[in-house]
Design a protein around this ligand. Structure first.
Ligand code: FMN
Length: 179
């Protein structure tokens, strides 16, 4: 198996971290990987905010227990959508999702653990983030990613593949005549 596939297959959400910081060099590579994602019409309707400050992360997570990985990780990234950058404004969530996944895989390849914490489209989550940060009016908070060095030695492992075959149809005959 090649390294890229190995990184994809063993990327798992990591929620426990060591105290080791994430180097600036690694963070820059991770950001660059995010910005290399595909986007609708190539319009890149996204924005990345690197949020390293612990007290801001504490405030962002105090009302949302699901956001714990953002609090306890060494650092975090807030992914925001910029709908006005798009040709078709509706595509910004897909752009942000592609960027987010690139970040997760890039971090994995550097030996760093991540958890994607969803914000959009849950109104309550979006309001919570806006109550802490004065987000520019053109941007919409999409998701946060906690990033750090995994605490557990088995943090990177393949997940259970049970039922995966039920989620794939090879050459489905879905009402196509003559097939
Ligand atoms: C849109 C989205 C929102 C998520 N939100 C959270 C979250 O708020 N907190 C959390 O701990 N994990 C969150 N996750 C991570 C999922 O729980 C995790 O990906 C899933 O359980 C599968 O585990 P794996 O990432 O280890 O394969 C989210 C994942 C996605 C894609």
């Amino acid at each position: 198996m090649n390294e890229t596939l190995d990184n994809i297959f063993t990327r798992r959400s990591v929620r426990d971290f060591t105290d080791n910081p994430v180097s600036r060099q690694d963070l820059e590579l991770i950001v660059e990987a995010g910005l290399s994602a595909p986007s609708a019409h190539g319009k890149r309707s996204w924005h990345i905010a690197v949020i390293e400050n612990q007290s801001i992360r504490d405030r962002l997570t105090e009302k949302l227990q699901w956001f714990r990985p953002v609090k306890v990780a060494a650092t975090s990234i807030l992914v925001l959508g910029n709908p006005s950058a798009g040709v078709q404004k509706e595509y910004w969530p897909q752009d942000c999702a592609a960027l987010t996944e690139n970040i997760l895989i890039a971090a994995r390849s550097l030996g760093l653990g991540t958890t994607w914490c969803g914000i959009y489209p849950v109104e309550h989550n979006m309001e919570m983030v806006k109550s802490v940060l004065e987000i520019p009016r053109n941007l919409i908070p999409f998701g946060m990613i906690g990033i750090g060095h995994p605490l557990k030695s088995d943090a990177f492992r393949e997940r259970d593949r049970a039922d995966d075959d039920k989620r794939v149809s090879w050459n489905p005959n879905w009402g196509i005549e003559g097939s």
